[in-house]
Design a protein around this ligand. Sequence first.
Ligand code: PMP
Length: 418
Amino acid sequence: MSIDFTTATFKDFENIPDYDIAQRAEYFYEFLDHMKSRGHMNYRLKNTSGTNATLNIDIANQNKEYVSFVSSDYLGFTQHPKVKQAAIEGIEKYGTGTGASPLIGGYFDYHSAIEKKIAGFFGRKEEEVILFTTGYAANSATLQILMQKEDLAILDMGVHASVHEGCVFTNKKTFPHNNLEALEHILKISENTYRTKLVIVDGVYSQEGDTSRAKEIHALVKKYNAYLMVDDAHGVGVMGKTGRGALEDDGLLDKVDFITGTSSKTFGNLGGYVIANKKIASFLKFQSRQHIFSVTAPPSSFGILKAIDLVDEEPFWKDKLWDNINYFKNGLNDLGLDTGITCSAIIPVKIGDQSKMWDIGRILLEEGVYTNPIMYPAVARKDARIRMTVTARHEKEHLDKTLNVFDDINKKLHIAKK
Ligand code: PMP
């Protein structure tokens, strides 16, 4: 077998010619053992306390506290007493589940209240919002039903896996991240070839932490008579003057054709949503297989209603988040570490080499800092990095401790780029 375990990624085991399911699984099992024996298993660690600035994880039956940079709960609302209380009220009123998918009995008045709340948040109307089970489903389901074999989806290379999955029934072209010339070239040569052309970008990119060039992309999309979808999973609550996300300050919230998002990050819960014009939203409600055949938003989603209110009622969480982002990023840069082009709460420390990244992930963990080592296929093979997300729950002591650990690692492994 030709896979080298020291450079392997999870993806390498998806398809090995001549290996059936059981053989691939067995070989992958060996790979996991190899990772564990080298202390490189930062994945699927068992959280025993909930998500917060610090949390407990159980590794080999040792339960310890770590400073955490692995959560997209950017404003810390999963732990907000009012959000928890709302979730409890939802359960007390409705029980714990919906019992059916929305089309056939699982659509409750609180679903309509969430649709209305999300619509209000983005300055849109209730009938323009559709809920999905997750943000992943929102992207994949919407694209799967809207985009067919006569159509063309044009994706920034940095968009989420769920967008790629949504394109299984359609034609797909990707352009290099934020490269407008390449995008325009695709739009131009495809002008008369496809029925519908839909450009898909992120508001905030989940691995680089930068934003799309939404204003210019919107102008290009108009010029070539295409549609624009923006997945702003990581922008909502973080970006924009009032936390409406990456589209707010450019005045694009009511101009792009589709906004997709999730309630699993700033809104501290579970669930996805799509905003589109009311006829397309209605089409999705009755045609999308994932919406017809899968439940959405259990009663604990009442928490979403409160979390959305809190973005406006308690703006100091966003201020604190930004103090933390700036402090931490400057601290890393002062150590000479390369945080790339981020301008959000997602902060990557670029390492490059994958096995070095694993070593750094292990040392961070040994020193009580929980981060996400990210490798191919989430990023290019030579672009491995330690990905961290800062939240409003972090205090200076958490950030300073982590900066000290990075300082020590840098002294040993020379990861500074400047
Ligand atoms: N879009 C982006 C850009 C994401 O990062 C994620 C979550 N990792 C999703 C969509 C999916 O959201 P969810 O976890 O709610 O399914």
